[in-house]
Ligand binder design. Sequence first.
Ligand SMILES: [Cu+2]
Length: 125
Amino acid sequence: MKVMKKLMGLAVIALASLSMTAMAAPSVTACGGQRVVKPAPTVTQTMQVVAIPVSGMTCEGCANQIANALENIDGIAQATVVHADKSARVMFEPGKISVDDIITAIKKTGYKTGEPGKVAPARQA
Ligand SMILES: [Cu+2]
């Protein structure tokens, strides 16, 4: 009985410290990546969207840095990178840039990529 109580107490402490960590996590960044907000792109029928797994991100600031870098590239209309999802969702113009180019660009920012998901049209015809 005493042991059970002790274990319960430990579990409570563990839970408390977990939620403390969650609360202490800054909403934006630990590594300084501030998202540069750009106007929403004009989505054309030729644009496509690809989801690319990204590993190595440690916070939302990393995600912001990748998204900013991608959106500075000609042919990329919009990049949504989410640390929690470990993925990048990129809207691009296939005539200007390929999925391979996008993967190379992500790697250049210092993060690792996985197999890209299915490429889909950005807009339904
Ligand atoms: Cu970071």
